[in-house]
Design a protein around this ligand. Structure first.
Ligand code: RAM
Length: 508
């Protein structure tokens, strides 16, 4: 690992702000066929204080919290002459609490599901050592020698977002957009820790694709340049010869990444994030420091585009794009490469690196032309991989070919509209990919459609109960999960925060 970059990352570690959120409100979670996840909150009331073995209650903290929980345990009228055993289950949503965790049948490790059993020996303020991420807390007294008093439930919430930097939206802002912006800002803030985490419940990692959207959106919200700088340096420190940057990294116990985690589109988006950082902060010292890494990443991608304009891959995880089932990734991934190449050519010119500015511009023009000839199917009015990989008509391919500049103007508008309305096309399932659909609309000047798209997709998530935006969301399918079981989904997911970027940049 590159020590210099690691040190730079280290000195840019941001301060964490703390606030306390307490609750003595308990609720019931009851079935409701009309609710998205089939349950709703009912009967909010003040909690009791004294509990017997077997008692259970669900506290509602009224907002999404990321932090450490504490509460007070005391005897009631008689000394507790044996430990008190308590089970805690945490849910970002009521749905998680309604589900029995033992019924989990997903692909990721069940240890991500948030629960704990504590044995408390003496009356005290109990503070849990782990950070949890939740709005709802289910407490069950498993065993106690006598009635026990449980009170003063509070969360010490943590974030590196400085709310004093958040500019209020102008009066008269469309209330739906204002509400989406509020939830988006909360989503980003709760993912802002000592890195831009993808989700504070799970995976709690820094991912390049997520970082790009978080840092971009943060330019319009909390403006934590220091955090963006730290994250850019962290990835740069992990660069290996002839490989793409790892798609994600861990901060603890020391900075670490898994081998074979290079993801083409994600590595490109790290370069895009560096270009955004330059544009929004003007901090050319940092940009010059990191530019050689971006240069090597871009050159690597260029070297994998063959003479027919088709992007090849290295061993490992080729490309991400979206969690849509069975998605074919080559065309959209090539769009990401072209999208970044355009940004990198401009950055090179700005930094006076004329050789690369020219090389990348030439490669861009050549590849756009070849990609159009190779992938555009005029009969279908779509980019279609007829003779490469498994043929597939997808919104992901059209959006990324537009963002890659392979098609534009009215032709681009018609390609995108046709695909979005076709019952036969594969649709995005993550707010991450929906971001790039909106970005494609903005690029094509479809401003009204972009705004309605945000209102309908992110707006309906709020109508369906989101306190913070979710990792994956299909308004028609509550069972959607990249991990085969929605209780594993993260319900405060960084890459879903980007409506604030569009709203604050274009719509107010
Ligand atoms: C998941 C996370 C993360 C994303 C990767 C590709 O593990 O949701 O946000 O970047 O997938």
């Amino acid at each position: 690992m590159n020590k210099y970059y690691l040190e730079k990352a280290d000195i840019n570690t941001p301060k964490l702000y703390e606030t306390e959120v307490s609750s003595d409100t308990v609720v019931d979670i009851v079935p409701d066929e009309t609710a998205f996840f089939g349950v709703k909150i009912a009967n909010a009331r003040k909690n009791a204080e004294v509990f017997a073995p077997g008692d259970t209650f669900i506290l509602d903290f009224g907002q999404h919290c990321v932090g450490t929980l504490s509460f007070r345990m005391r005897h009631d009228d008689r000394y507790l002459d044996a430990p008190v055993k308590v089970k805690l289950r945490f849910g970002e949503t009521a749905y998680e609490i309604a589900r029995d965790f033992t019924s989990y049948h997903g692909g990721l490790c069940a240890s991500w599901l948030q629960e704990d059993i504590l044995s408390i020996d003496f009356p005290e303020i109990v503070t849990l050592p782990r950070r949890y991420c939740f709005r709802y807390l289910e407490v069950t007294v498993i065993s106690s020698p006598r009635p026990v008093r449980l009170t003063d439930f509070a969360v010490r919430c943590l974030t590196s977002a400085d709310y004093s930097k958040l500019t209020p939206l102008p009066e008269g802002t469309d209330p739906v957009l204002a509400e989406i912006d509020r939830v988006a800002a909360k989503t980003l803030a709760d993912c802002m820790q000592t890195a831009y985490e993808d989700g504070p419940k799970r995976d709690r990692r820094l991912w390049t694709g997520d970082l790009r959207l978080q840092a971009l959106t943060d330019c319009y919200l909390f403006k934590n340049d220091r955090l963006a700088r730290r994250c850019l340096y962290l990835f740069a420190a992990c660069e290996e010869d002839g490989k793409y940057l790892p798609g994600c990294l861990y901060q603890k116990p020391a900075v670490f990444f898994d081998d074979g985690m290079g993801i083409t589109d994600y590595a490109m988006l790290w370069c895009s994030a560096l270009c955004d950082y330059c544009e929004y902060t003007g901090d050319t010292d940092t940009v010059r420091d990191l530019y050689p890494v971006a240069q090597r990443q871009m050159n690597l991608a260029c070297s994998l585009i063959d003479e027919n304009g088709v992007l090849g891959f290295l061993d490992g995880w080729f490309s991400f794009i979206d969690w849509a089932p069975a998605i074919e990734r080559r065309i959209p991934c090539e769009g990401v490469v072209l999208y970044t190449m355009e940004k990198m050519a401009a950055l090179a010119a700005m930094l006076g690196d004329d050789t690369h500015a020219k090389a990348w511009s030439d490669k861009l023009t050549d590849t756009r032309k070849k990609a159009y000839e190779r992938f555009f199917d005029a009969d279908r009015n779509a980019f279609y991989n007829a003779d490469i990989d498994t043929p597939q008509y997808s919104v992901q391919s059209q959006a990324w070919m537009i963002l890659g500049g392979v098609i534009d103007g009215t032709a681009g508008v018609s390609v995108l509209r046709d695909c979005l309305t076709s019952p036969a096309s594969l649709k995005p399932v993550t707010p991450y990919m929906h971001h790039y659909v909106v970005e494609a609309m903005v690029k094509l000047g479809m401003m009204e459609e972009a705004m309605s798209y945000i209102k309908s997709y992110w707006g309906s998530m709020i109508e369906n109960g989101a306190d913070t935006f979710w990792e994956a969301y299909d308004p028609k399918n509550p069972d959607l999960s990249p991990y085969s079981d929605p209780i594993m989904n993260s319900f405060c997911h960084a890459w879903s925060c980007s409506p604030s970027y569009f709203i604050r940049k274009y719509f107010i």
